[in-house]
Write a protein that binds this ligand. Structure first.
Ligand SMILES: [Zn+2]
Ligand SMILES: [Zn+2]
Length: 175
């Protein structure tokens, strides 16, 4: 699997340690060892494959999408994804004006079946690989940062209350 992007080091545990350019699949794990989190998002949802999931929020003509994981055991927050900082558009095509806007308030996702906010989560990340990153960035970035220019960020989640599993709770193309 591709290396863990730098902003997620220490927050996720890959399911396989072999390094190549295949998609990353990793469990979200807090420093304290817990896998249980409240998942915070900007509050907007849309229907995807028959189910409501978080989507980009429009606030004063600006667009935001970010997800934080708040550990329910120790209280620590982990920023899992912010479209203005991570992936191809956020990292490679970084827009200082957009990124410097205050982030919108976030709310915890509630299970659609039982209403509980605590979940276990995993992230799936796809890349076009090192060669594509080097060609696309024309030498403006350290080649070793290629995992940070990923092209797709997804999450799957499982409610700790009722076990409801949502395989594509986030599916976000970053370019
Ligand atoms: Zn913790
Ligand atoms: Zn539930």
């Amino acid at each position: 699997m591709m290396p863990v992007p730098s902003h997620l080091r220490g927050a996720v545990r890959p399911r396989d340690t072999a390094i190549d350019e295949a998609a990353l699949d990793a469990e979200v794990v807090c420093d304290c060892g817990s896998r249980r989190f409240d998942l915070l998002f900007p509050g907007e949802t849309h229907e995807y494959r028959g189910q409501q999931i978080p989507c980009t929020a429009q606030i004063n003509d600006r667009f935001f999408f970010l997800v934080r994981a708040h550990c329910t055991a120790c209280g620590r927050d982990h920023l899992l994804f912010d479209k203005d900082f991570h992936g191809w558009d956020g990292f490679v095509c970084h827009n200082d004006a957009q990124a410097s806007l205050p982030r919108p308030p976030l709310i915890p996702w509630k299970c659609l079946l039982c209403g509980k906010t605590e979940h276990e989560a995993s992230v799936q990340i796809q890349t076009q690989g090192r060669a594509d990153f080097v060609e696309g960035t024309e030498g403006e970035f350290d080649e070793e940062r290629w995992p940070d220019g990923f092209e797709w960020f997804s999450m799957s989640i499982t409610c700790t209350g009722c076990g409801k599993h949502t395989p594509e709770w986030v599916s976000y193309e970053t370019m």
